[in-house]
Design a protein around this ligand. Structure first.
Ligand code: SF4
Length: 366
């Protein structure tokens, strides 16, 4: 059998591209297959800007499945942006606990308060005005403008990255290919177009349900006809990604300190920095392996109290953390700092705190 010629790597312009036909096919598909999500309105209807903003902030680097219960909890507790703006910081941080990337929660509150005081509780509609609000960058502003206000905007999340990379067969690895993806995506999103909000959500849904990372369902894809990756047989290979650098590692100690009543010591972390403002257990500093030589934070002299089996690992964006647990009674003369408090074991499950501490609490209580 003659060997088939390999598909040319370039050009990726997709000269058969016809914006009107592409958009028409995708919207028709969306009208029948849109995902039902708690912050969504049915195709053709306008969404609530508060719901769109809240969901988009929660969805940053977080999956839809993880966000759904948190979104429900937030809108049950705070049904409008004004009510959220009036909430206590600690209540919002507790409600956010476990969702990760805690700077988002702090910015969420700042943004709610800015909308409430500077914009009379109404989200501004232009992308430029939205971007002046805390925690709203290029992507989130484009998503809110498009989904909540039907303003044409190029909305590129991870799903759209993948669909565009494949449709135009973009070969450079991510993230280097971002500028090219943006250029090509503009051909899909911009111009005098109908239903910009539905189109943006249709692109996201296509990436989430049809053009999936490992097994794209090209056979049922509404834009398959001119998809360059499908035509070249390279759909599963794209998008390429630059190899990730190995994450640095940090180590430290986490303390389970109990008083004479059996209560456990918790603290509110400093308002800024990693896990800022969240409830947690006391810890030592988190340092490079080898840089820590004693369990200094609690001034413990006897390292024999350390239980080496109590280890947890957690991955943050920029480093991997390994914490060794230390169970001990409060040292003689111990006094609470203003940010510390005792919690009865039965009340611990109701406390909201980040996953890294939840892992340790489970290890101890289970
Ligand atoms: S044809 Fe296949 S690779 Fe192309 S966009 Fe559709 S699902 Fe993705």
């Amino acid at each position: 059998m003659p060997k088939t010629m390999p598909a040319p790597l370039r050009p990726c312009k997709n000269d058969n591209f016809d914006q009107k036909a592409f958009r028409g096919a995708l919207l028709k598909w969306y009208d029948r297959h849109a995902r039902v999500l708690p912050w969504r309105y049915t195709p053709g209807n306008k969404a609530n800007p508060y719901h769109v903003w809240l969901s988009e902030v929660m969805l940053q680097q977080t999956t839809v499945q993880a966000v759904i219960p948190y979104f429900g909890k937030f809108v049950d507790k705070w049904s409008t942006v004004q009510k959220l703006a009036a909430a206590k910081d600690e209540d919002v941080m507790h409600a956010w606990a476990g969702l990760g990337y805690y700077a988002r929660a702090r910015n969420l509150l700042k943004c709610a308060r800015a909308v409430s005081t500077e914009h009379l509780g109404i989200f501004p509609e232009s992308i430029d005005s939205l971007k002046t609000l805390p925690g709203i960058g290029d992507y989130t502003a484009a998503a809110i403008a498009s989904i909540a206000f039907d303003i044409p905007a190029t909305v590129i999340d991870g799903n759209v990255d993948r669909v565009v990379s494949r449709y135009f067969a973009i070969q450079d690895p991510l993230p280097d290919s971002k500028p090219e993806i943006r250029e090509q995506a503009k051909r899909l999103f911009e111009g005098t177009v109908k239903r910009p909000g539905d189109f943006a959500q249709a692109m996201m849904d296509l990436g989430a349900t049809i053009c999936t990372p490992k097994s794209p369902k090209c056979g049922v894809c509404p834009i398959a006809e001119h998809c360059q990756a499908r035509l070249r047989g390279i759909a599963t290979e794209l998008p390429h990604r630059r190899e990730k650098a190995v994450q640095p590692k940090r180590v430290g100690y986490v303390y389970w300190v109990t008083n004479s009543k059996g209560e456990v010591l918790f603290e509110t972390r400093p308002p800024t920095g990693l896990l800022g403002g969240m409830t947690g257990l006391p810890t030592s500093d988190w340092v490079a392996p080898g840089a820590i030589n004693h369990i200094s934070a609690m001034k413990i002299e006897d390292t024999a109290v350390m239980n080496k089996n109590l280890k947890i690992r957690h991955t943050f964006t920029h480093f991997d953390l390994e914490l060794t647990g230390v169970k001990l009674p409060a040292p003689r003369g111990f006094r609470l700092s203003p940010n510390q408090f005792w919690v009865a074991p039965a009340d611990i499950p109701a406390l909201g705190f980040p996953t890294v501490f939840r892992k340790f609490v489970r290890l101890v209580l289970d």
